[in-house]
Design a binder for this molecule. Structure first.
Ligand code: SF4
Length: 521
């Protein structure tokens, strides 16, 4: 049974909105973030690959963003368009369905991953196909479509170079935009030699040679596949137009050559008017690949007789999105345009890598989106996978305040835990004790003075290392604490102002009324 989300604005007597069901899809990891991250932190090759790649993309992004004098105005326009769209999402979705249908497409509504997979499998079978070519798509990764197709005896071929590397390596994606960012070119060459039957054994690890090998490998698939499956970067409600932006041209091949095109799209990918694309097509490439414009932008509207796929199906995927939309504080996560800029600046992502997040959505956006799609109880460690430094907020092209949503989700997790457990967690006990101490000036002063005992612990190294006490050990296992000073600020103040006003912790400070919460009637 889905647990009630305490801070979700579900009306009295109304059931909680469904989150993504367990057992299907790639939104949940097998272990918590700290456990998975601890292992990846020991992988020096992974950290080298990640550091090099994210540094390069960061530099490119900063250069092209600096070229635009109206970048901040563009970000604000993007934010406002998204906020407006989410506020009117039901209306725009109906408008989209009408526009797609009027132009010869068929719209399918999928409540969750299972339903979406079933719809796609049935459509491929109805087209008489046993294989499909795929355009890179986060939505189909989210619902584990490839696995569902395989179980139904249908082979899915990823055509994006990075997705192909992940697929051939029997691996998982670790980045939204560059799913194989954790691999270097020597590793990719090994995968190609091992997995591609038609590859030249003399293949070098030069990027151009690797790309050419992938192109040769995929060419026959492009020409023979009867069905293609894609995601969508944007859908225009007023015209029913779908848009995919990409860098390699593989998407263009999939979107134009097969007889049937099936697009799986999260319901949040809408923009109201075609004109709105003007804003997002400037924000997206600069934020994602650090380019002024992406090389390929494909748009299609329904079907056109004699030109391109003659059957078009649009699968609109909820899978927990309505539940996210119901949370006024968390819903901005749906504004994400999947540029991955927040991943590339995140110090936690750069060190831990994408697999540690357990979900197809890694990094800062994953830390706020995955727990909301699944319900906080299934991804409880993710809102804590952040230093709250705010770098993600600074670069987000649609100004999603990720740190505030992280704090909101941490509060939701704490409330959920408290509602489900009679015994408070060690952290909650420590926080309650801290609150009790801070409510009273005398207790607070005594605590500060006793803190000076810490000088003994930090005598040797000048900092306090691991303290083998409950709660304290969790903090100090990965952090050094500064050695407390000889004199507290309060002691210094009392000494400096001995003849002036009464000391803040002087007589009477602890009497009735000094503590508002205890002295109040
Ligand atoms: S949260 Fe913002 S920066 Fe991160 S992927 Fe989404 S749009 Fe890009």
């Amino acid at each position: 049974m889905t647990a009630v989300r305490p801070s979700s604005p579900v009306l009295l007597g109304m059931p909680a909105l469904p989150t993504s069901p367990r057992g299907t899809g790639h939104l949940r990891g097998d272990e918590s973030f700290p456990d998975a991250a601890r292992r990846s932190l020991t992988d020096t090759q992974l950290r080298r690959n990640l550091g090099k790649a994210t540094r390069t993309i960061r530099g490119k992004r900063a250069a092209v963003v600096a070229e635009l004098p109206d970048w901040e105005a563009l970000r604000e326009a993007g934010r406002q368009l998204k906020v407006h769209t989410m506020a009117h999402l039901p209306d725009y979705l109906v408008q989209l369905e009408e526009a797609v249908t009027a132009r010869g497409g068929v719209v399918h509504w999928a409540r969750d991953a299972e339903e979406a997979n079933r719809i796609v499998v049935d459509l491929v079978r109805a087209a008489g196909a046993d294989e499909v070519v795929k355009v890179k798509s986060m939505a189909t990764q989210e619902i584990a479509l490839n696995e569902a197709l395989e179980a139904a005896g249908i082979a899915a071929f990823e055509t994006d170079l990075a997705e192909l590397i992940v697929q051939l390596g029997h691996d998982k994606p670790s980045h939204i935009l560059v799913p194989a960012i954790h691999r270097n070119r020597a590793e990719i060459r090994e995968i190609f030699l091992r997995e591609m039957a038609d590859v030249d054994p003399e293949l070098s690890d030069e990027p151009a040679a690797l790309a050419a090998a992938a192109r040769r490998h995929l060419r026959r698939k492009f020409l023979s596949a009867k069905v293609a499956v894609s995601g969508a970067n944007f859908a225009v409600a007023e015209t029913g137009t779908l848009a995919v932006v990409e860098s390699e041209g593989n998407g263009r091949m999939c979107l134009t050559l097969p007889e049937t095109l099936i697009t799986v799209m999260g319901i949040e990918k809408l923009v109201p008017r075609a004109q709105d694309l003007e804003v997002f097509l400037q924000l997206l490439p600069r934020s994602s690949t650090g380019e002024r414009m992406n090389p390929y932008t494909s748009m299609w509207t329904g079907v056109t007789p004699g030109d391109g796929p003659q059957a078009f199906h649009l699968v609109l995927l909820d899978n927990g999105r309505t539940a996210v939309l119901s949370d006024a504080q968390g819903r901005d996560a749906l504004n994400c345009i999947r540029c991955s800029a927040c991943l590339n600046v995140c110090p936690v992502y750069e060190r831990a890598g994408g697999h540690a997040y357990g979900s197809v959505y890694p990094g800062p956006i994953g830390a706020i989106l995955s727990p909301q799609l699944t319900g906080i109880e299934d991804n409880a460690s993710l809102p804590y996978a952040s230093s709250l430094c705010g770098a993600c907020y600074d670069v987000c092209p649609v100004k999603i305040d990720i740190p505030s949503i992280l704090v909101h989700l941490r509060a939701e997790h704490t409330e959920t835990y408290a509602a489900e457990h009679r015994v408070p967690s060690a952290e909650a006990t420590a926080m309650a004790a801290a609150a009790w101490v801070m409510r009273n000036p005398t207790r607070w002063t005594l605590a500060l003075r006793s803190g000076r005992l810490g000088r003994v612990l930090g005598r040797r190294r000048g900092v306090i290392g691991e303290v083998p006490l409950p709660v304290a050990s969790q903090w100090t296992a990965t952090r050094d604490l500064s050695r407390p000073p000889q004199q507290t600020f309060r002691d210094w103040w009392a000494a400096e102002h001995a003849s002036a006003a009464p000391e803040p912790d002087g007589p009477g400070a602890d009497g009735p009324g000094a503590d508002g919460s205890e002295g109040a009637p």
